[in-house]
Design a protein around this ligand. Structure first.
Ligand SMILES: Nc1ncnc2c1ncn2[C@@H]1O[C@H](COP(=O)(O)OP(=O)(O)OP(=O)(O)O)[C@@H](O)[C@H]1O
Length: 605
């Protein structure tokens, strides 16, 4: 029901947004389709909620239940759902919130949405889908042949078809209708009878249903007059096909994202989706311009802005002298010297017991091991979070959690603290003899997650708790629980740290050949000196891959709430442990508008 007191609502929204013009432009826009470019901390969530409230107030959405909000993970969905539930009623005032409006909005992730659809319509493509799809073990396409029960039924060609589909999605090649059919038939005939399903099948089944049953497609197209998608930059080709299937000519759209945080190119995030969609769907593009996250931190504010300007202007932005950001940095002649300086700083920072610190690396290897050894030598406790998504231990731990979780909660879904602790104990028992450090860390993360869900999410309905935990296990997202771990110091990869924040962040090994992989194609690769400079102009063939790596650098820098530090050394070890003594500081750290300041001297940072 539209609110008669629109002026009041507009005023309230304007006040809450402190008159931020760009945000208000998004919120009050008459355009039915908006794409918002907004880095973390620019008020994306707040703006999204106000726009939803406003559209409801002016009667452009008949019922909050008919808003579909899609985020990347169930965890993100729950956070947004909570925000919506908290903020919508106060924005709309009591006449419009006799019931908790925010609670009714459907906010989920792509898999959650598809599972909901399969529960209703899965029977159309397979009798096995009459059963609750949440009771199946969801696995990756490459995991199928590792399950002994599936190995016995899958032919070499079947395995090939599964892997080819995965490769196609990761390379952002949209699979054809026939390829989807062939793939789905294998999952239906060989996996479902054994209570397995693949992650991709959850979406591909839905694509098949929407393609073959126009009445189902029509229902979804008309049911959701507003579709909101967060983290839109990470959308892969099948998620995009899904979205396109449920958008009709009338559907209002609100997509939000940040092209610079697209670090999932390697898992199929569609390149340039944020720009191509503008023409394809006649969207109004609005970029938010004010960073609230660093509003009281001028140096981080400048750094965030300058890095973004480099990406926008292909490393040739005009930045005035007073806008240059100073970044404290450490340089070592050896890897050991670099590690020593980083760890001494960490030691100093942890004296403030409230400080949380992350030490980030582009990847695992000897360089990170030297820092670990140094931490141990200096008796600094740390959490080891150098996970890789496709590590055997990492994958199997998630699979084990998923199996034990379905066994315990699949049918009853009675998820309370005591039951969750018992579940975590059963996982520990399964790993009682395991000594490897990845597994030990994962057990710690599981405990932290159980604690978090038991306390912070205690009020969730059991079904939502089930979906949350299943999503984490299915999508191997335990690493995201690093934010709950009770450790002042965390060692992680940049990819593992995406979406998380710490007070202080050390970005280590910011060196040529280490932080970016494109050096081999760079005209400056053999330049002299201790620092490598970006080529000027940037060769066309290098631009895209250079920007991809620069996005990773941006994500690393912006994990810091208070201060980021950069470190590098002349010595480096490659992935195979081979030593080189010709290291140079990576060109990214010397991009326009960034000034490295030696942090080893006592008067800096
Ligand atoms: N117009 C505004 N005036 C004052 N504070 C604001 C405004 N917009 C956002 N904020 C505050 O800035 C912080 C970040 O906002 P929000 O969470 O909406 O940003 P975000 O872009 O979604 O960030 P993230 O992706 O990191 O969650 C919040 O504390 C929010 O209240």
């Amino acid at each position: 029901m539209p609110n008669p007191n629109l002026t009041d609502i507009r005023d309230k929204i304007s006040t809450q947004h402190e008159g931020d013009e760009r945000q208000l432009e998004v919120i009050f826009s008459d355009s039915p389709r908006i794409i918002v470019e907004a880095p973390a901390g620019y008020g994306k969530t707040t703006t999204m909620i106000s726009r939803i409230a406003y559209l409801f107030a002016v009667g452009r959405i008949p019922n909050p239940k008919r808003i579909l909000g899609l985020t990347f993970s169930v965890n993100a969905a729950l956070k947004v759902k909570r925000d919506v539930a908290e903020k919508m009623p106060s924005l709309l005032g009591s006449p419009n919130s006799p019931v908790a409006i925010g609670d009714k909005v459907t906010i989920t992730n792509y898999h959650g949405f598809c599972k909901g659809l399969l529960k209703k319509y899965g029977y159309l493509i397979s009798d096995s889908l009459k059963k609750d799809v949440n009771l199946f073990h969801a696995i990756g396409d490459h995991d199928a042949e590792r399950q002994w029960i599936l190995k016995a039924v899958l032919s070499t060609t079947d395995i090939q078809v599964l892997k080819e589909m995965d490769a196609s999605i990761k390379e952002a090649r949209v699979p054809s209708g026939e390829a989807i059919q062939a793939y789905n038939q294998i999952v239906i005939q060989k996996l479902l009878p054994h209570e397995y399903i693949t992650h991709n099948a959850v979406i591909l089944f839905v694509l098949d249903i929407l393609a073959r049953f126009p009445e189902v497609k029509k229902f979804y197209q008309s049911y959701y007059p507003l579709i909101v998608v967060d983290e839109f930059q990470d959308t892969n080709c099948i998620a995009w096909e899904l979205l396109k299937s449920i958008i009709s000519d009338q559907t209002q759209l609100l997509f939000l994202g940040d092209p610079l945080q697209r670090i999932y190119g390697f898992i199929g995030a569609l390149p340039n989706i944020m720009s191509t969609v503008v023409d394809e769907y006649q969207m109004t593009k609005i970029s938010l311009s004010k960073n609230y996250r660093f509003r009281n931190n001028p140096e981080m504010l400048k750094l965030d802005r300058n890095v973004r300007e480099n990406a926008t202007a292909l490393f040739s932005p005009t930045i005035s002298h007073e806008d240059i950001a100073n970044v404290p940095a450490f340089w070592g002649l050896s890897q050991q010297e670099e590690a020593g300086k980083v760890v001494s700083k960490v030691k100093q920072l942890i004296e403030n017991q409230d400080s949380k610190i992350a030490i980030l690396f582009k990847g695992r290897g000897k360089n990170a091991e030297i820092v670990e050894t140094e931490l141990s030598k200096q008796e600094i406790p740390y959490f080891y979070g150098m996970f890789k998504d496709d590590d055997t231990e990492y994958v199997e731990f998630h699979n084990k959690c998923q199996s034990l979780f379905i066994q315990r909660f699949g049918r009853t879904k009675t998820i309370n603290k005591a039951a969750l602790i018992k579940f975590a104990d059963s996982v520990k028992e399964a790993y009682a003899t395991s000594l490897d450090k990845t597994t030990k860390s994962l057990l710690q993360l599981l405990d932290a997650l159980v604690e978090k869900v038991s306390i912070d999410y205690a009020d969730l309905i059991p079904e939502d708790k089930y979906l949350l935990l299943m999503d984490i296990f299915e999508n191997r997202q335990l690493k995201q629980s690093m934010e709950y771990v009770d450790s002042q110091v965390i060692l992680s990869t940049v990819h593992g740290a995406k979406g998380l924040e710490w007070d202080h962040v050390m970005v280590c090994d910011v060196e040529q050949w280490v932080f970016t992989f494109v050096c081999k194609n760079c005209p400056n690769k053999y330049s002299n000196g201790s620092a490598c400079r970006l080529p000027n102009p940037i060769p066309h063939a290098l631009a895209e891959s250079l920007l991809d790596d620069f996005c990773v650098f941006y994500v690393a820098l912006t994990r810091a709430r208070k201060q980021v530090y950069i470190s590098a050394s002349k010595e480096r070890f490659n992935a195979s442990g081979v030593r080189y003594n010709t290291g140079k500081i990576c060109c990214f750290a010397l991009a326009n508008g960034i000034k490295l300041v030696d942090a080893s001297s006592p008067d800096t940072a």
